[in-house]
Design a protein around this ligand. Structure first.
Ligand code: IPM
Ligand code: MG
Length: 362
């Protein structure tokens, strides 16, 4: 069976980092004999707005539905910032998540020992960091209805969003968290605001109920404000964190920075059947686009996550991950992770070095 991978570079540095990830896919196909096909040429985000006036054209959505996995670069840029909310580049991303039912967002934050100097936190606080944030991705505050704006009787504008979850939505993300914890250190911290919000009170109740099926995993609960504090105070206490969509958006950015550079971190967004969209956590970085300064590692590690979670090929995923580590060992650094006494390389040079390392592992 041929795996069909839709490659969507998107905007800004998305284009150049995806070129490097595609090199990795080529090696997997040619040298490792992986039966995969890449589908290219479709647009999403700002590029799609420019071409079709729509951040998620129907043909892109159809191609995404037909594929086994989607590899996405990044969307957005100042050029499209003034546009109406429904036609901003970000809607392309949110539309893909919702339409494909990608409710489980896995955001690992791993500190590579080679980069322990790049973190803004002291080495002893972050050394050995390996945590997994599991963010609910198709519900909660981002998608809750009703939402919108209205004009009050006195002429004043009012705007509103809704934080809403049903039991089944909480249960399925809870199960993902417990299953993943089983393959790790068997600890889940569920993050909520159950002292204030009914919705997350229900969240906590359901987590406790689902936990009964996973007695081998330890479950703890934390309020989101405390979780933000604990992430920078003592991040090593966490193994798996599971949380609401917007809480997860915020906490995962904080967690990313513990590792030194957001340019290192991949993510997976999965549906109920293992189909997924894989993308770096960072954005389109329009300020450095086209200059060869972007770090392709987050996207290449997203390929590794795809091998692991959609293609079920953990050994192959490890080949990619080890190849990344070996170029770090060889002191190659893109600008975002450069510290003294290392060699600064361009986006393309980093990609090439990883590809060479990968080939040598065959
Ligand atoms: C993320 C991003 C997106 C989000 C934006 C680009 C819509 O911040 O993937 O974390 O808020 O989910
Ligand atoms: Mg975010």
């Amino acid at each position: 069976m041929t795996f069909k991978i839709l490659v969507l570079p998107g905007d800004g540095i998305g284009v150049e980092i995806m070129a490097e990830a595609t090199k990795v896919l080529d090696v997997l196909r040619r040298d490792f004999g992986l039966d995969l096909e890449t589908i290219e040429g479709y647009l999403v985000g700002g590029a799609a707005i420019d071409a079709f006036g729509n951040p998620l054209p129907e043909e892109t959505l159809l191609a995404a539905r037909a594929a086994d996995a989607v590899l996405l670069g990044a969307v957005g840029g100042p050029k499209w910032e003034g546009l109406a909310y429904e036609v901003r580049p970000e809607r392309g991303l949110l539309g893909l998540r919702a339409e494909l039912g990608l409710f489980a967002n896995l955001r690992p934050a791993v500190l590579y020992p080679q980069l322990s100097d790049a973190s803004t936190l002291r080495k002893e606080v972050v050394a050995g960091l390996d945590l997994m944030i599991i963010r609910e991705l198709t519900g909660g505050l981002y998608f809750g209805q009703p939402r919108g704006r209205r004009t009050l009787a006195n002429g004043e504008q009012q705007a509103f969003n809704t934080l809403v979850y049903s039991e089944s939505e909480i249960e399925r993300i809870g199960r993902v968290a417990f299953e993943i914890a089983r393959k790790r250190k068997k600890k889940v911290c569920s993050v909520d605001k159950a002292n204030v919000l009914e919705c997350t009170e229900l969240w906590r109740e359901v987590m406790i109920r689902v936990h009964q099926d996973y007695p081998d995993v330890a479950l703890s609960h934390m309020y989101v404000d405390n979780a933000a504090m604990q992430l920078v105070r003592w991040p090593l206490q966490f193994d798996v964190m599971v949380t609401e969509n917007m809480f997860g958006d915020i906490l995962s950015d904080a967690a990313a920075m513990l590792t030194g550079s957001i340019g290192m971190l991949p993510s997976a967004s999965l549906d109920a059947h293992g189909k997924g969209m894989y993308e770096p956590i960072h954005g389109s970085a329009p300020d450095i686009a086209g200059k060869g300064l972007a770090n392709p590692i987050a996207t290449i590690l997203s390929v590794a996550m795809m091998l692991r979670y959609t293609l079920n090929m953990p050994a192959m995923a490890e080949h990619v991950e080890k190849s990344v580590e070996s170029v770090l060992d060889a002191d190659l650094r893109t600008r975002d992770i450069y510290t003294e006494n290392h060699r600064q390389v361009s986006t393309g040079e980093m990609g090439d070095a990883i590809v060479t390392a990968l080939r040598s592992r065959k």
